[in-house]
Structure formats: structure tokens, C-alpha cells
Design a protein. Sequence first.
Length: 202
Amino acid sequence: MPEKYPYWENSELWDKYHEESYLRAGFKDKLTPYLPGSSLYQLCDVSESNLTKLVKDHTQDFRDGKYDRPQVSALFGGYVLKVNGQEKFFPQCCGGLADIEYWERISKGSQSYYEGHPAPQIEFSQNSLTLDFSVEEFDEPFQPPPPATRLTIDLQALRNAVEKTKAELLEFGKRLKKINQEEKLEIQNIDGLLIWENTNYK
């Protein structure tokens, strides 16, 4: 593992490390990160071969009976918040696809638990919300650091973005169902398991 941090300032080193790690793990196709040096990938850029391996690896213990369904996490990652084409906030440690619930809740003006950490403080006004990144949770900084300590966004614009993202997730769910059928994984509601479900959001 590279000893130089952070990854966004040493992206070539981390990209090489990730590429070699994925090859050793058995991923056949190249994975291009969303942000150089990171381990975040756009769903549409993940090949069918790589996605099949990811799904099988992620659900192996569940299919072997080592875990019950509520103990299985959605696929890891999350959502990049972009405003006017610029990245303002990246998924944090422990984030996952089920975090769409967080974004939907705050887009409707409701406070919400956030699976990733650290998490910004949320302040609401009539038609907007403000994300406050000034407080480091348990001395844990946001990575990569947001360009500003406070960010105000329009609630309607956020709701629109959430709806667009949910539509993309539904399409991704179709890919998961196809893999489930072709690989005979026999996972009931596999798209729910790997995209939408997280007991912490109930």
C-alpha cells in the first residue's frame, strides 16, 4: 500500500496500486476511478464482468449463510454532490448506495442520519439548506476536503438531482437482476439488497 497521502495529491501512485490490487483480485477489465487516485467509480463505467465479480464477492458470505439479510450492506460508495458542475462533497468512509435515502430526506427539508462519517451539519431555511463542514467528527476530517466550510444549495435543485439519481439506480438495479438470474445467485430482491436497504435509515 502506498505510504504517500492523501490520494488526491498522489493520484498516479494510488491509481497504480488500485489497478494492481484489482488484477490480483481477479477483476478482468480496467476500472477507471471517478477521481484520480480514489476508489470511487461511476456505476455506468463498471463492466458487466467486473460487476458480476463484485456482486458475487459482496454477497458470498450471505449466500453461504454466514450473515442474515439485515447484516448485509448495500454496495459501498455513495454520491458526489456537484453544484454548477463542480464537486463540493464526496462520499465519506462507510458510505454506500443506500445513502440515497439521506439525500432524499434532506432534499425534503428533514434532518437525517448519514451512514458515512464524518457528516456535515445541516441547516434549513425556507427554500434551501446549508451544509456545514466546519466540525470534524471525532477529529476526522472530510476527504477530500470541501472547497468551502459552508455550502448553501436550493432544495428544489437537490430534489431534482435525487430523482435523476434514483432513475439511474433503477437502471442499475436491472443489471443486478440480470446477474442474479444468469449466475443463479437466487438472491431475493437483489436490487433492494445492494442499492436501497440499510436498517439504519428506518
